[in-house]
Design a binder for this molecule. Structure first.
Ligand SMILES: [Zn+2]
Length: 124
């Protein structure tokens, strides 16, 4: 069985890790929800080269708005900016998911420490 001090040390290390994640989450700067990626699609003109399989590349931002899947094409002039904002959003979401796991691990570790300190009273 691990010593109480080892339990405590791990608890505080977990707490520090949680703080680092929180700092990551709050240092992203401007962000916009959604996924930014390159899509290839048809324009619909029957005589266009895309009708023969040479699809048009379009940079898009997709997101869910009130339960609806939305797709926005991103103009060339705004591409770098939107890429950056969407990247910050993705990093925020990743860090947030990590925080959820870290909080659960922190509580479990606190419970292990307390369990190790638990006194059996009255004796059975
Ligand atoms: Zn076309």
């Amino acid at each position: 069985m691990a010593s109480l001090s080892a339990y405590r040390q791990k608890l505080w290390r977990d707490y520090d890790a949680l703080g680092r994640t929180l700092r990551l989450m709050t240092s992203q700067g401007p962000l916009t929800p959604g996924s930014f990626y390159l899509m290839r699609r048809k324009c619909g003109k029957p005589t266009c080269r895309c009708a023969r399989g040479q699809l048009h590349p379009v940079w898009v931002l997709t997101r869910t708005e009130s339960g609806q899947h939305k797709l926005y094409s991103v103009p060339a002039a705004q591409r770098a900016q939107v890429r950056q904002w969407a990247g910050a959003w993705r990093r925020y979401q990743r860090a947030r998911a990590q925080l959820v796991k870290q909080i659960a691990a922190l509580l479990a570790q606190a419970d292990r420490l307390v369990q190790a300190q638990q006194v059996d009273w009255p004796k059975r």
